[in-house]
Write a protein that binds this ligand. Structure first.
Ligand code: PMP
Length: 394
């Protein structure tokens, strides 16, 4: 029966990783895969994560099943981290999920149950897995333009114009902060305008929150989407700890629902637990326990926040250095937006042919749409990179 299977389209990022690994050139630069890297090029295990993991290993007394909805301490820590004190926590429910992808998948299934017929709006461009998962689930997709290539900023007018077609009950997926792939983010005024639009038109936001703390700070990054969540009766958040706790392969995430009433939140919780039962019964415990231990201990929390700040500042510092070097080498302001952007990614705005020239002639690897993982740079790479870009676009 397996003969009937069609070959799957190659994942572009995975192919890029393989091509990079096979490249024998010294000084090649990998800006492809979206993981944080430090100056030595490694994706570190964070200090607080290591300490919590070690402590949990000693303290653990059983491996028996936990609750279907997830570990109680984990969920109690995750809810206030996501929503702050903007809403009554009695209206909030959360389900432990295997990473942010798992959280989004659970939330899509919840929406499918609660709102058959809803359309799912995603930004154009967006993290490709949004569209892929929705397609896989057979859910209808609509797109709103998001990014203005010419200015490097959010094209808010175009976004709002497209959302004029939204129907009551539609789900609008928004990146909570650090938009992937563009790096361009909504400001507080734009979040407020979207909130008013949602309240008027009856659409429900689903916030994809995969980079909290990697933009301007934990509170700063949360301010926009929290202001929206606080003013609307219903919203959802798909949270990932892959990046901000560095737990990538261990898979910690949460599907969070803010309901209109505590009773509705209870209904949502029952549905989320049932969805878990159907998918995999129980989400993996190990990484969620690490997050719970860190967030449940003031010293570990402070250390996690300090290390997250260092990571964030490394990325922002690289952004400033990159923008300066590109300005110098190209003698133009074309790339100034890189310093304004936040999060791990920016799109350089090159053509696919220019991206290919950078790879072939200079050993610089980025995704075909010219998305760069800023954390992939070593400070020493920047001058050579800027010179290569200047030569390529000349
Ligand atoms: N949303 C966005 C926008 C992402 O970039 C990612 C990770 N690349 C995720 C969700 C999911 O992350 P994970 O499943 O690894 O936690």
């Amino acid at each position: 029966m397996f003969e009937a299977l069609k070959p799957q389209p190659a994942d572009k990022i995975i192919a890029l990783i393989a091509a990079y690994a096979a490249d024998p050139r010294e000084g090649k630069i990998d800006l492809g895969v979206g993981v944080y890297r430090d100056d030595s090029g490694t994706t570190p295990i964070m200090r607080a994560v290591r300490a919590a993991e070690t402590a949990n290993l000693q303290a653990e007394t059983t491996k028996t099943y936990n609750r279907l909805i997830g570990d109680a301490a984990y969920l109690a820590a995750v809810k206030p981290l996501a929503v702050g004190d903007t809403v009554d926590l009695a209206r909030v429910t959360a389900s432990q999920a295997p990473g942010g992808t798992g959280a989004l998948h659970c939330l899509f299934e919840l929406c499918k149950l609660a709102r058959p017929g809803a359309r799912y709006w995603i930004s154009d461009p967006s993290w490709p897995n949004h569209e892929a998962i929705l397609r896989h689930m057979g859910l209808p997709i609509a797109k709103y333009p998001y990014y203005d290539e010419a200015t490097g900023a959010v094209d808010f007018d175009a976004m709002m114009a497209a959302l004029d077609d939204v129907q009551e009950g539609d789900i609008v997926i928004l990146h909570g902060c650090c938009h992937n792939p563009t790096g361009a983010n909504l400001d507080l005024t734009q979040w407020a305008a979207l909130t008013t639009h949602a309240a008027l038109r009856g659409w429900v936001p689903l916030i994809d929150l995969a980079y909290l703390g990697l933009g301007d700070g934990l509170e700063e990054d949360a301010a926009g989407y929290r202001s929206m969540v606080s003013r609307l009766p219903e919203s959802m958040i798909g949270l990932s700890f892959s990046k901000n706790f560095g737990l990538y392969r261990d898979r910690a995430g949460a599907a969070i629902v803010v309901a209109e009433t505590p009773e509705d939140a209870g209904m949502a919780e029952g549905a989320l637990a049932a969805i878990n039962r159907l998918n995999y019964s129980f989400a993996p415990h190990h990484s969620a326990a690490i997050v719970a231990t860190v967030l449940g201990d003031a010293d570990l929390t402070a250390d996690w926040q300090a290390e997250l700040k260092d990571m964030r500042e490394r990325v922002t510092g690289l952004r400033v250095a990159l923008a300066e070097a590109l300005k110098r080498e190209t003698n133009s302001d074309r790339f100034n937006f890189i310093a304004e952007h936040r999060g791990m990614f920016s799109r350089l705005g090159l053509t696919p042919a220019e991206v290919e020239t950078l790879r072939a002639e200079h050993g610089i690897y980025m995704v075909g749409d010219s998305r760069m993982n800023i954390a992939g740079f070593h400070p020493d790479d920047i001058d050579r990179f800027a010179k290569a870009v200047a030569k390529t676009i000349r």
